[in-house]
Design a protein around this ligand. Structure first.
Ligand code: GLN
Length: 549
């Protein structure tokens, strides 16, 4: 039977509960335990698929096609495992299940209530992964902040489980903030005391307090927090700001977070942590030998969380290539044919981001044209790939009005068209082409060079596709489909001949990049950018030489 760890948050949101949960999971995994993490979110949307990225950051997609919270991305990147629909549950999904059961008559004769019906459904889902027999430990991160009205049923479910489960099968870790008051030059523990009190009022007693802080906690301060929060001093864990999220597991190891949790769970005979690969990655990350500048062209660039997995995939690929990847965010709405050269001239590579709707697409098309003509390494993801197809149609094939029917329903050249099975779709939630599909790669292609394989599987989230009616025109003019779905021929990868690195993918490779398995397309793209940067430098040096001669 699995044991359960619950992670709650207090004082404020955005304390990095997901990173702390993932770090603890990493440490337990490194000691030989089988661990998974799940996230319970208090909002009413059935999943975050219907949320604008400005609301909730990127929507992460699992192999089984679940649209989930971006924290699942951290879990996968840290643990190098695949998560699934079961790993992300929202209030909306809980209510949907209970209401469906009520309509079917499962509670016939009874008043259906938050307690016990909603809380029972929450508990059932909290236990689900643990009952599969696959895991020693299941970590459950509770979204939101203690004291929020909407998270009350989740906290109540944790309270009941803390009571129902054997003492040694359950740990509650509470993450709080210790603010530093500059004027008083003091760290303040009162908000933490209050948040623990609030949690206790709701009946949950945390076993471990993890304190986010900008300054180290003294032993005296730790003792004070321990005394007033009713935990032992060694259960007060300092979580100092780290230079990268990937340092956090090591910091938690130093603080003994995993050991205190293992003791409470009465797990003995655990191995010493094997973090060799992790440390190797960090070593490369901290000692880059060069630098590349990548332009990220998107329309949600004001919010970094909107492109979380892409940014993390760059960190992984940079470490492999031992070079620092500096990402410059460029708003697609600000790019015009007049300013494009000026805006993109210092880049070593260009990534055109995924997206929906027409805002900013002309800027994306202009940026692709620049990358194609200037032989700048180019990488288009999903909408980015579709923009590359449109750009080629307009400027190489000469079809000036070519477009995607997503943006122009009456274009005479619908080079990107709505997928057949999408035409009958009316509801917006969970109806895109979602999750993992296989793709067959042409062995004589750039895609093959980067993947070193003809058979891959990647995750999707889209409704439109490359229109196969035009495939021959594109191929003859030099934009070739190098990866296709083996069963329906859907074009998954396009690439340009006679270009150092120009690739567009209909799927989302960023969702599968992890610390231990950096994604091959990102690795190849950064390698191409590195080559571009080095040659640019050589060209400049020889120009200077000529000038001085
Ligand atoms: N809007 C495009 C589609 O639905 C691209 C989606 C995406 O970039 N994720 O096909």
């Amino acid at each position: 039977m699995a044991k359960y760890i619950f992670v709650t948050g207090g004082v404020t949101s955005s304390l990095g509960k997901g990173i702390i949960a993932a770090s603890l999971a990493k440490l337990l995994q490194s000691r030989g335990l089988k661990v998974t993490i799940q996230k319970f979110d208090p909002y009413i949307n059935v999943d975050p698929g219907t949320l604008n990225p400005y609301e909730h950051g990127e929507c992460f997609v699992t192999d089984d096609g679940a649209e989930t919270d971006l924290d699942l991305g951290h879990y996968e990147r840290f643990l190098n495992i695949s998560t699934s629909q079961a790993n992300n549950v929202t209030t909306g999904r809980i209510y949907q299940t209970v209401i469906n059961k009520e309509r079917e008559g499962e509670y016939l004769g009874k008043t259906v209530q938050v307690v016990p019906h909603i809380t029972d459904e929450i508990k059932r889902r909290m236990m689900l992964l643990g009952e599969s027999g696959e895991y020693d430990i299941v970590i459950t991160e509770i979204g939101g902040t203690v004291g929020d009205i909407e998270s009350l049923p989740f906290i109540e479910a944790v309270r009941q489980l803390q009571w129902e489960l054997p003492e040694e099968d359950c740990v509650v870790v509470h993450l709080t903030l210790i603010p530093y008051l500059k004027a008083a030059k003091e760290l303040k523990t009162k908000p933490t005391q209050h948040s623990v009190r609030l949690l206790s009022q709701e009946g949950v007693h945390p076993n471990v307090i993890v304190c986010r802080t900008e300054h180290p906690l003294t032993a005296e301060l730790k003792r004070k927090i321990a005394l007033f929060c009713n935990v032992k001093p060694n259960a007060v864990i300092e979580a100092l700001d780290a230079s990268t999220i990937y340092e956090v597991p090591l910091k938690m190891l130093d603080e003994g977070l995993d050991v205190i949790v293992l003791k409470k769970l009465q797990i003995n005979g655990y191995a010493a942590p094997d973090l060799q690969k992790w440390r190797g990655f960090l070593d490369k990350l901290h000692h880059p030998k060069g630098k590349v500048t990548i332009g990220l062209i998107g329309k949600y660039i004001e919010l970094q969380d909107a492109y979380k997995s892409i940014l993390e995939a760059f960190v992984h690929a940079g470490a492999v290539n031992q070079c620092k990847v500096q990402v410059v965010n460029i708003h697609s709405e600000h790019i015009t044919p007049q300013n494009v050269a000026e805006k993109l001239k210092d880049l070593d590579g260009l990534l055109v981001a995924p997206g929906f709707g027409s805002r900013g697409v002309e800027g994306k098309i202009t940026a692709v044209q620049y990358a194609r003509e200037q032989k700048l390494p180019f990488f288009g993801i999903c909408l980015g790939m579709q923009m590359a197809v449109i750009e080629f149609a307009r400027h190489v094939l000469g079809w000036k009005q070519a477009h995607s029917t997503e943006m122009d329903a009456s274009t005479p050249f619908p080079v990107i068209a709505l997928m057949e099975e999408q035409k009958k779709v009316k509801k917006k939630g969970g109806t895109m082409r979602l999750g993992a599909y296989p793709c067959k790669i042409d062995p004589h292609s750039l895609a093959y060079q980067v993947y070193q394989s003809t058979d891959i599987s990647e995750r999707h989230r889209h409704r439109w596709e490359f229109n196969n009616n035009y495939i021959n025109d594109f191929m003859h003019a030099g934009l070739v489909p190098s990866g296709k779905n083996p069963s329906n021929g859907l074009v998954e990868i396009v690439e340009l001949k006679n270009h150092p690195f120009f690739i567009g993918v209909q799927y989302h490779p960023e969702l599968k990049s992890t610390v231990e398995n950096p994604h091959p397309v990102f690795v190849g793209f950064i390698q191409a950018a590195k080559y571009h940067a080095e040659h640019k430098q050589q060209a400049m040096a020889s120009m200077r030489e000529k000038q001085s001669a």
